[in-house]
Design a protein around this ligand. Structure first.
Ligand code: ADP
Length: 500
């Protein structure tokens, strides 16, 4: 039987290459491409932030979608839509434009203060309602609306409340993907008024209530037809362990029949040492010499001396508690005494900025630190480093360990979430291992994994075999995209909004 061609509206707050703060953007840039290749009619909707350059991405006005009025609480906002394609694809992206609300430097936080914008509730309610209104004006009836994280999590709520009797959305079902349960979009109870829903919807234990506040993510978890998260292990962890479930374990357990973990893929056209225009020299499994050239170039850029035989460990990360860098702080001296060099690229919390700056001052031959967001340098670190460290406290999926595999860079990870699903410890599995991992969240255990890596690195034949095992894996989106289509088909079997 021929599979049905689905109309899918993919709603996300960040999409590569237009805007990115983390993994969600990589997913939102790559999955729709694959869905399109599988023959589906997929369109993406996101805000038009000021960082999205109109000429660079050839944004065009959509005349029919100019000055659309969308109400958020008592206020009416006028939005206009610009449209472009994800580069080199036919995936259409609708950019929601609003002068005051989206035309800002930061996505969610003000870069000047580091604080979240105080009107994020208004901004993402407008995006969510705007998405539904635009579909109606276009008379484009999506069978699936795939929403992502708290920013678009109110769409499932809307379809089962305000829009439940709207025949336009009769055939529409929703899928919510949770990329990180640590960010829930929690707002004061007064924010309920902004949704256009009765304030009485917020009562103790209500679907949208979280400790007296209004949680956008919880609303999505309650009302989405299917919930996905980005790795099988994380899907289990968030249901069973309060440290991972962050207070939402109950809802997640209740919805466990509708909760699926699908490992993210990676865009193997963008993260591929054979094709990568951003690195010093291209290389491949067959022609591996270029890797050492990249290492030299990276060290030179980083102001570190090249020593043959001394491994370089790369770190590219948001600098947040989730990422486990307090483990590095705990063993900084012992780490610096080892024969290694560490190149860090990251931005985030001030305390980690301080930690890494201090490390670079104290051990200038060992540490090089770039505080900021720099995609080109991220590629150069993947290509130039020998090892890649991710000691995460929790990690829904993690992308950099998979990028590392592509570049023959061996990951050292804490076995949690997607890291546990993708990295096989070579000390435990000498013939099939692809990296190094440690289970307990403990600095000595991390150090032990690093030391195991340093010791295998000395055996260049065994090390190269390990690199090749990593490079031979297929983490491309093709497999994962097919799983999403199965999920969409499952969602379509769910009862319609009017019944839900
Ligand atoms: P998370 O979504 O939790 O930040 P992921 O590993 O899923 O973590 O995805 C992070 C993505 O963001 C990767 O593509 C990584 O390369 C990129 N990234 C993170 N920090 C930086 C940075 N400072 N500069 C460039 N890219 C970064």
């Amino acid at each position: 039987m021929r599979k049905k061609r689905l109309k899918i509206l993919y709603a996300a707050s960040e999409v590569v290459p237009f805007a990115k703060t983390g993994g969600l953007a990589d997913v939102a840039g790559a999955l729709p491409k694959q869905l399109k290749q599988l023959g589906h009619d997929v369109r993406v909707i996101m805000p038009k932030y000021s960082s999205i350059k109109e000429t660079k991405f050839r944004l065009r006005e959509v005349i029919r979608l100019r000055d659309i009025e969308v109400s958020v609480g008592d206020q009416t906002y006028q939005i206009s839509i610009k449209s472009a394609f994800i580069p080199d694809t036919k995936v259409q992206v609708y950019f929601v434009e609003h002068g005051d609300l989206y035309n800002r430097e930061g996505l969610y936080t003000d870069p000047k203060t580091g604080e979240s914008y105080s009107d994020n509730d208004v901004r993402y309610i407008l995006l969510s309602r705007g998405a539904l209104e635009i579909a109606k004006i276009l008379y484009w009836q999506p069978e699936i609306i795939h929403v992502n994280d708290w920013q678009t999590a109110l769409i499932p709520l809307y379809l089962k409340t305000l829009y439940k009797d709207d025949p336009f959305f009769n055939g529409t079902r929703t899928v919510l993907s949770v990329h990180n349960l640590g960010y829930q979009g929690i707002f004061p109870p007064s924010a309920v008024r902004l949704t256009g829903l009765p304030e009485t919807m917020l009562f103790p234990m209500a679907p949208i209530e979280f400790y007296g506040s209004f949680s956008f993510l919880k609303a999505g978890l309650e009302y989405a037809d299917i919930i996905t998260t980005v790795s099988p292990t994380y899907a289990r962890e968030i249901q069973t362990d309060p440290e991972f479930g962050v207070g939402l374990e109950g809802v997640l357990q209740r919805r466990s029949q509708d909760l699926v973990g699908i490992l993210n893929g990676i865009d193997d056209a963008e993260w591929n040492p054979e094709l990568d225009p951003l690195i010093a020299r291209k290389y491949s499994k067959a022609d591996f010499a270029g890797k050492e050239e990249n290492k030299k170039a990276l060290l030179e850029f980083s102001g570190l001396k090249y020593h043959r035989g001394t491994p370089v460990i790369g770190i590219i990360s948001r600098l947040a508690d989730q990422k486990g860098f307090d483990l590095i702080a705990a063993v900084l001296d012992r780490l610096s005494a080892l024969d290694l060099q560490i190149v860090v690229l990251g931005t985030g919390e001030e305390k980690y900025h301080r930690l890494f700056k201090q490390a670079a001052e104290q051990f200038p031959q060992k540490f090089s630190v770039q505080l900021g967001f720099n995609n080109q340098l991220a590629h150069q670190i993947e290509a130039g480093a020998d090892m890649f460290l991710m000691p995460s406290r929790y990690e829904p999926c993690g992308l950099n360990q998979m990028y590392s595999f592509m570049y023959g860079t061996v990951p050292i990870v804490r076995a949690t979430g997607g890291l546990a699903d993708t990295v096989i410890d070579v000390s435990e599995h000498p013939d099939t291992g692809t990296g190094f991992s440690f289970r307990e969240y403990n600095a000595t255990k991390m150090l032990d994994a690093i030391q195991r890596a340093l010791s295998l690195y000395k055996d260049s034949e065994a090390w190269h075999a390990l690199q090749l095992r990593g490079m031979n894996q297929d983490f491309s989106w093709r497999n994962s995209a097919k799983k999403y289509v199965e999920i969409y088909e499952q969602a379509l079997k769910k009862p319609g909004p009017a019944i839900g």
